[in-house]
Design a protein around this ligand. Structure first.
Ligand SMILES: [Zn+2]
Ligand SMILES: [Zn+2]
Length: 255
């Protein structure tokens, strides 16, 4: 790189240096600020392969709708009685330590340096291709007040990363939260439904196949409410992309 600065051919030396700097900006920034594993500090990546390997994975046998672990592939008792309004939940991970600690720090303690580690590790778990091929990604919305308090919508950060990676448009304004619901944490499924009643609105025309992006799926009530709204809006297939699936004993908390 330094050798190329000595070139006397081409444009004036200052322009040449600037062009070279621009072309190498990625490498220079990596050299100045080397990426390091958010968990163990090892140099090289936002999350090293050893730490990524520690993230708890869901078993192979899951509910075909809500990704709840089962003895054999099929539908869980809840989805078997009444199929949810979404088609399929895509996540390889259980919401449990050490992944849950990372998500809590990222979501509730302004640790935005976790965004890349979380989004990239999740994406790489599927290989080259995305888990499904929706025509757009819809981040689960935060109410404007919650957005102001937090400063960012974590679902939008994920959607942007995955959309860019797989060339899928992101539609951040299609779903809006019009009522500032209480935190879902600690509420029963019935209380969650009541809490979310008429909490969302849909804006604009959407394609036939979409994916809702969110950080964690707990009971699936939020996903179901959003999916119901999308169905009413004419969407045919609704996937749910989430970082992790919380099981009954691992409901997220920010306490
Ligand atoms: Zn590590
Ligand atoms: Zn299910």
């Amino acid at each position: 790189m330094i050798r190329s600065f000595r070139s006397t051919k081409g444009p004036p030396i200052l322009l040449s240096v600037l062009q070279q700097l621009y072309r190498n900006s990625q490498r220079i920034s990596q050299w100045l600020f080397p990426e390091h594993c958010r968990s163990c500090g090892a140099a090289g990546a936002a999350l090293c392969s050893a730490c990524a390997g520690d993230w708890p994975r869901l078993p192979d046998a899951l509910c075909s709708y809500c990704a709840l672990p089962l003895q054999v592939n099929g539908d869980c008792p809840v989805c078997a009685v009444e199929a949810p309004p979404y088609d399929h939940v895509y996540t390889p991970y259980v919401y449990a330590e050490p992944l849950s600690a990372a998500i809590l720090a990222w979501k509730f303690h302004q640790r935005l340096d976790w965004t890349l580690a979380l989004a990239q590790t999740w994406a790489e778990s599927w290989g080259e291709q995305p888990p499904s091929r929706p025509e757009c990604l819809l981040p689960a919305p935060l109410h404007a007040r919650r957005l102001r308090e937090r400063g960012y919508n974590q679902a939008l950060l994920l959607a942007r990363h995955w959309g860019k990676r797989w060339h899928i448009p992101v539609r951040p304004a299609a779903l809006r939260r019009c009522r500032n619901t209480r935190h879902q944490t600690g509420l029963s499924a019935a209380a969650r439904r009541e809490n979310l009643d008429a909490a969302f609105s849909l804006h604009g025309k959407l394609p036939a196949h979409v994916a809702i992006v969110d950080d964690v799926m707990t009971t699936g009530t939020t996903a179901a409410q959003l999916a119901e709204l999308l169905r009413q809006g004419g969407v045919q297939r609704i996937d749910i992309w989430v970082l992790a699936r919380a099981l009954r004993e691992t409901v997220p908390t920010h306490a």
